[in-house]
Design a protein around this ligand. Structure first.
Ligand code: SAM
Ligand code: SF4
Length: 434
């Protein structure tokens, strides 16, 4: 979501005469868009500002804004700790940035904009064209969270659940497709909680997907991140009926232990999660899943951890993320004692090795097969091109030309490593759907 937000900030600032630059030697305004999910990201902010201060020691100081969830969570504390920062701007206040830049130029005081005005934000951004032309691009359709898992900062930093209007999303999707985009990933902290009411009719994520399918040159649709409890029957059926929705879902489970799920306040059991997975497989047998896992949660025993391991073995998750539990200030679990750090690290290694073995086996099984790959871009300083399978696995492709970018082509897989598949384009086929 931060990648999407950063692109939209650049679109917003273009109107005020600012251009995005990769040249950090000569910037007028430096915006650091931050994530607050784990502590490491917060500390990175101060390190980055330290580097910037060194760079501009003998030059005119750039205006420095911290945006994103670290700004939201730490606001005045950041302004006090690092006087080099001119403003902290939370995720729901981005629409004010053009005005803030002018204000900062005129006066010396610092600004704190961390209110939750999500409607005002999207009202302003809806008027500004999304300029992204990457083959695979994002659209935020939902923000915030009402679920309050005991470990997570999102409900406090992104605020309550909010869904954008279908009309505005479809308009933005059309813009992207006319820029050359072939794949859209619909984003939200709980994207499948999407619910927009228009003239007393409620539109859900499945309704939105069916509408988006009508955009002719849009080839693939993804959505992330989903909560298992919002995987409703209409959305499951959508995976059966939709021609453009990829058969791949990121469905975070966090733990395979019912005891840990309960103390995390996830509001579902292992069995309920498995039932959703089985329903999805029954409507779309080739569907695959990725997940997020937290290991070493306060109270997690060896048996609880083994429950997670057995779930991973059962579902054979691909392309997943796993983290050691990280204490986040203000969350209910932060008051509890952490378990032994050595045990946490050991468990993470065991889980990551298992996920990696599954990925390697999956990748090796693809050798010799003909796979549909969406070509995204030419690789830097190489003749090869980069693309992805429907299940998100990266593929490095030979014998491709620039005219294949944005198309789904057939690729004969001839090699693999842990993270990538390698292959050669076999013949171009015009494919309408993923
Ligand atoms: N809404 C999604 C869900 O309910 O599963 C997850 C979105 S959350 C922004 C992304 C991931 O960050 C979570 O799935 C979780 O694995 C991880 N995460 C969040 N808080 C964490 C914490 N305190 N320690 C470690 N990982 C955390
Ligand atoms: Fe965080 Fe997801 Fe839980 Fe919301 S549902 S509190 S975003 S982990």
């Amino acid at each position: 979501m931060n990648e999407y937000d950063s692109n939209r900030l650049a679109d917003l600032l273009k109107k005020t005469g600012y251009e995005r630059t990769k040249d950090l030697e000569d910037v007028d305004c430096y915006i650091l868009n931050t994530c607050h999910i784990r502590e490491k990201a917060t500390e990175k902010v101060y390190h980055d500002i330290g580097r910037l201060k060194k760079k501009y020691k003998n030059k005119k100081k750039p205006t420095v804004f911290i945006t994103g969830c670290v700004a939201q969570a730490e606001n005045n504390e950041m302004l006090d700790r690092e006087p080099y920062i001119d403003a902290v701007i939370g995720p729901q206040s981005y629409q004010n940035i053009p005005k803030i830049i002018q204000k900062i130029k005129k006066r010396k005081n610092k600004l704190n904009l961390t209110s939750f005005d999500v409607i005002e934000k999207f009202d302003r951004l809806n008027d500004i064209k999304n300029s992204s032309s990457k083959t695979s691009s994002f659209i935020t359709i939902q923000e915030g969270c009402d679920k309050f898992c005991n470990f997570c900062v999102v409900p406090y930093t992104r605020g309550p659940e909010y869904s954008r209007s279908m009309k505005e999303i479809i308009k933005e999707a059309n813009e992207l497709v006319s820029n050359g985009v072939s794949e859209i990933t619909l984003l939200g902290q709980n994207v499948n909680a999407y619910s927009f009411t228009d003239n007393s009719k409620v539109f859900k994520l499945s309704d939105l997907i069916f509408e988006l399918e009508n955009i002719k040159d849009l080839l693939r649709i993804r959505y992330t991140t989903s909560h298992p409890n919002d995987m409703t029957s209409d959305l499951i059926q959508c995976h059966k009926k939709s021609k453009k929705l990829v058969p791949f879902i990121h469905l975070p489970v966090q733990s395979g232990s019912n005891k840990v799920l309960k103390i995390m306040n996830r509001k579902h059991t292992r069995e309920e999660y498995l039932a959703k997975i089985n329903n999805l497989i029954s409507v779309r047998p080739e569907i695959r899943f990725s997940s997020d896992f937290i290991v070493g949660y306060p109270g997690e025993t060896e048996k609880d951890f083994n429950d997670t391991i057995s779930l991973v073995k059962q579902i054979k998750f691909l392309n997943s993320f796993s983290f050691i539990y990280n204490k986040r200030p203000g969350t209910p679990t932060s008051k509890q004692n952490s378990i032994n750090e050595y045990i946490q690290k050991k468990r993470l290694i065991v889980l990551q090795n298992l996920l990696s073995d599954i990925q390697i086996k999956e990748n090796s099984d693809q050798v010799g097969k003909l796979k549909k790959v969406l070509v995204e871009n030419k690789m830097k300083n190489q003749t090869s091109y980069f693309g992805r399978l429907e299940n998100f696995t990266p593929v490095i492709i030979e014998k491709v030309t620039n005219s294949d970018i944005g198309k789904i082509i057939n690729v004969r897989i001839n090699n693999f490593n842990k993270n990538n598949l390698f292959g050669v384009k076999e013949h171009v086929e015009s494919v309408v759907a993923a």
